[in-house]
Design a binder for this molecule. Structure first.
Ligand code: IVH
Length: 660
């Protein structure tokens, strides 16, 4: 391995990264990408002095200790004038013509991204730092968090980059990631973000870049503040140039001359809006020619050469009939407003979550109130505000109940949490939610056992805990409303089928706090079987990749509970037999840690690594107590001595070939 080969590998990884994240057309599989990344990590561990600051391993750094540094912008970060009215757009085009001595300018039409503005500086082609807009003159240095964004090249893909390049754009969260983030926060009793924009801005202010990386922020650039202006004449060319540099740019850019084309663009984008995976709040109209832009100038806050047409969020006015309480699986009490049905953005809305008491107090929402409901894109509908003048005199402030509406236990509110919770483990509503989750597609996946059937089975006390599902008899099923021999048979068959669930789904079904699908997969991968998992100490759990302390403690505590262990035992006795995923079961390399040394004759290192990984093995770059096998080729290095010292099994190439 030479230094040049190392650098080539860094570039290769970036190209794949770009194809995946920016162009959405990957050339290689995730697995192949992981292997390349693993190879790079190995090289960097062997030759730490080679590490390039643009290496893809350098994205996630250490936490900031002294907060964010305030940095002055080289030129002010302007805002945009904006309007909801067609007339004001016409005024804008008229003014532009007047300012440009009567000549009709060309316009560059763009999406107005609904995120938070960022300025990113590249020095001699390398990512240098990133600053928030702040007050337009000074912003916060959020370099570490911006660096975690996969679309951001750490090195520009151009031979002769400008000395200094400053690009400006928008950091945002895709809707699916926003919803995932909020769901996790809601489950954890943390306040949820009101919209993706706030969530993106908040994410930039995280002290720990690892947390920022987990948010999967995205960015697009729409402006150049410093760069080779001698080679670029128009805003449209700015986009093309940024693209050439490997930077993520806006989609759906259009050029036009006539005002009516602005409306056509706006109407098309308004329709497209619902289908976009991120939020936009309008379109931006910019005079295309950069020298015309200079001629028109700017005030201290906004340019005269650009304006935004904002889409009014789709709203509806309706009344709150009542506020009901939903008791979740974790016991969290969530207030839900039941509305007079109202049509907003194409769908009829009859209920909307009010999240928690704090949120209700903040908006002062009361039963009987007339409220404005808003629905933007894919986002869940929300109450924007109360129309106070419509409020009836007798209408009292609303308070979350002090007792669980299902079991009447006194609710508790833990410090730092916004949700009130029912602490009663026997709470029927909690059990119902838990059972319906247990049988859901995400978990054990039992067909023909829907919400209504579950309710009946619970009412008749046939099911009180998950293991009871495996005790159900045909006779019991036939006693349910609407059940005939055939439907009973179908359900019993589904239950039987579910006994061959994967270990990962079974772990998921146990409903351990903070354990979602990814964690369940990780646990299933690292545990021999369910009993092995129940025996793990907090320390052993933390050692599993992807498991942090909070999650480890939660898993550990779950298995300390006799009831939980009793349930697992009962289910296994009743025939439930969670299986590790097939690939993993088949080979004894599964779960074993391999280190490679020396040169192999029949395989490249990559090939050998892939073969091991395909069989469930893991590749590590250095020998430690955790290493299971050292795969040894010709002229092995110091790793061989270390492996012998630590009693690590040595695997020759021939043995390896035989094992496969
Ligand atoms: S240009 C000199 N273009 O909207 C003009 N801004 O409301 C600088 N924004 O602060 C901005 N999409 O954060 C521009 N295509 C786009 C945009 C855009 C979203 C944001 C930007 C700006 C805010 C103003």
């Amino acid at each position: 391995m030479t230094r040049d080969e190392y650098i080539k590998l860094c570039h290769e990884l970036w190209e794949h990264n770009k194809r995946y994240y920016i162009e959405c057309s990957p050339l290689i599989s995730d697995f192949e990408f992981d292997c390349l990344m693993q190879k790079l990590i190995q090289i960097e561990e062997t030759y730490p002095h080679w590490i390039e600051k643009f290496s893809p391993t350098q994205r996630v750094g250490e936490s900031l200790t002294d907060g964010f540094k305030s940095v002055a912008h080289n030129s002010p970060m302007l805002s945009l004038p904006n309007t909801y009215s067609d007339e004001e757009i016409s005024d804008f085009t008229k003014r532009a013509e007047k300012n440009l001595d009567g000549a009709k300018p060309e316009y560059c039409l763009e999406l107005k991204m609904d995120g938070t503005a960022i300025s990113v500086i590249y020095e001699r082609g390398y990512f240098s730092h990133a600053v928030t807009r702040g007050n337009g003159l000074m912003g916060d240095d959020v370099t570490l968090n911006i660096k975690t964004i996969n679309e951001i090249p750490l090195k520009l893909s151009i031979e002769n980059p400008p000395e200094i390049l400053e690009v400006r754009g928008e950091v945002f969260l895709e809707l699916k990631n926003f919803e995932k983030l909020n769901k996790g926060r809601d489950d954890d009793g943390l306040p949820i973000w009101a919209n993706p924009r706030n969530a993106a801005a908040g994410s930039l202010k995280l002290i720990n870049p690892k947390e920022a990386a987990a948010r999967h922020l995205k960015v697009v650039f729409y402006a150049m503040a410093q760069g080779p202006f001698d080679q670029i004449q128009t805003q449209y060319e700015v986009h093309q140039y940024l693209k050439l540099l490997g930077l993520p740019t806006l989609c759906e850019i259009a050029l036009c001359k006539e005002e009516k084309e602005i409306w056509t663009f706006r109407d098309r984008i308004r329709k497209l809006r619902e289908k976009l995976p991120f939020e936009i709040d309008g379109v931006v109209i910019k005079v295309n020619n950069l020298s015309s832009q200079s001629q028109m100038g700017a005030t201290s806050k906004i340019p005269r050469w650009a304006t935004a047409y904002k889409f009014a969020p789709e709203q509806g006015i309706t009344q709150i009939r009542e506020i009901i309480i939903n008791v979740g699986r974790t016991g969290a009490l969530t207030p839900v407003a039941i509305l007079e049905p109202v049509k907003v953005a194409g769908s009829t809305i009859s209920r909307v979550t009010l999240h928690n008491q704090d949120e209700i107090e903040r908006k002062d929402i009361r039963i009987g109130d007339t409220v404005i409901i808003e629905k933007g894109g894919d986002v869940i509908p929300k109450v924007v505000s109360v129309i106070l003048k419509e409020r009836a005199d007798h209408c009292a402030p609303w308070k979350i109940p002090t007792h669980c509406p299902s079991c009447e236990s006194r609710v508790v509110k833990q410090e730092g949490e916004v949700a009130s919770r029912c602490p009663n483990e026997e709470c029927p509503e909690k059990i119902y939610r838990h059972l319906t989750f247990f049988v859901s597609k995400e978990a054990i996946d039992i067909d023909h056992l829907g919400l209504k059937v579950m309710k009946q089975l619970m009412d008749k006390k046939y099911i009180q805990r998950p293991s009871d599902i495996y005790r159900l008899t045909e006779k019991e099923l036939l006693s349910l409303e609407g059940f005939k021999a055939k439907s009973a048979q179908k359900l019993l068959e589904s239950i039987e089928k579910s006994k061959r669930v994967t270990l990962s789904r079974f772990i998921m079904a146990l409903d351990i706090r903070y354990v979602g699908k990814t964690t369940a997969d990780d646990l299933a991968f690292h545990a021999k079987d369910i009993w092995d998992l129940t025996q793990k100490s907090i320390q052993e759990l933390i050692e599993i990749e992807g498991i942090g302390e909070k999650v480890a403690v939660s898993i550990y505590e779950h298995f300390q509970d006799d009831f939980n262990i009793g349930e697992i035992k009962a289910m296994l006795e009743l025939g439930l037999n969670p299986q590790k995923a097939k690939k993993v079961l088949e080979h004894f390399y599964n779960g074993k840690v391999f280190v490679l040394t020396g040169s192999l004759l029949g395989y490249t290192r990559d090939e050998a690594a892939s073969l091991i990984k395909e069989r469930g093995g893991k590749i590590s770059s250095s020998v430690s107590k955790k290493t299971d096998f050292l795969l040894t080729g010709e002229s092995p290095g110091s790793k061989y001595d270390k492996a012998q010292k630590l009693n690590v099994a040595i695997l020759s190439e021939d043995q390896f070939a035989n094992d496969l």
